[in-house]
Design a protein. Structure first.
Length: 251
């Protein structure tokens, strides 16, 4: 397996999501600092002049609360996309952004739609369904993590609040599901046991040699040479010496 197909951390996993988020923050800062209103660059459904919002609307937000609510999920989900789906990350992000905006332009109410929430819903649906459909334990774990963190978002694809662009949420969610079905190839290598490989030969498997053709266990005995340890005999010699007294007589 090559490094290209494996999970590994690199700087671009966080760099590009941060740049995406930083661009959104800079656009909001310019609006606030110079008292500029860029809402006219949002999506205005079924109007030719509203098509520019397909590209621009994810970078425009109404207020700080709107920006903050989108910032953290966008950073988390985009980073997860870049880490787990390295080979298709740009396709999912760019095409997803464009198709989400186009669907919003088609089905949206006659109002200006702004914000990156449509992209967030697209990423949420893609990571949820792609992980489950992949049957890969790491991607499935990611899927359940996304469900746990952002599963409550699903309620906002319905018209619960007139101030919220539920059409953008619904469009992103639909695009995410479609992408999960389209990009159905394994993006991570599936671990195979030795007997699952194409070049597997049971005749060369030491374990399979313990069974006959009917699957009965064959008891094998191995003749081993028993070598008894040789113990060298040792002898101990004691030498006794008489004590020499220093009693001497003067002659």
């Amino acid at each position: 397996m090559t490094k290209k197909n494996n999970l590994y951390f690199s700087n671009d996993v966080l760099l590009f999501p941060l740049l995406f988020l930083l661009t959104i923050v800079i656009v909001f800062w310019i609006e606030s600092r110079f008292n500029i209103n860029l809402n006219y660059l949002g999506i205005y459904p079924r109007k030719i002049e509203g098509l520019i919002g397909i590209i621009c609307s994810p970078f425009i937000h109404g207020d700080v609360k709107h920006l903050f609510n989108n910032a953290i999920p966008l950073l988390v989900l985009t980073s997860a996309l870049f880490y787990f789906y390295r080979r298709i990350r740009w396709k999912v992000l760019i095409y997803g952004l464009l198709l989400t905006g186009l669907f919003t332009w088609i089905i949206g109410r006659s109002s200006i739609h702004i914000g990156a929430s449509g992209v967030i819903y697209m990423l949420t649906a893609f990571l949820m369904f792609r992980g489950i459909l992949s049957k890969h334990y790491q991607l499935t774990a990611l899927s359940f993590s996304v469900i746990f963190l952002y599963g409550g978002f699903i309620w906002y694809i319905f018209p619960t609040d007139p101030k919220i662009s539920w059409e953008g949420h619904l469009s992103g969610f639909i695009v995410g599901i479609i992408f999960a079905l389209i990009f159905n190839k394994q993006t991570l290598p599936v671990k195979k046991y030795i007997w699952e490989k194409e070049d597997y030969n049971p005749d060369n498997d030491p374990f399979m040699k313990n069974f006959d053709k009917d699957g009965n266990f064959i008891e094998t005995t191995s003749e081993t040479e028993v070598i008894e340890p040789q113990i060298e005999s040792t002898s101990i010699k004691y030498i006794f010496k008489k004590s020499i007294t220093k009693e001497k007589k003067d002659l």
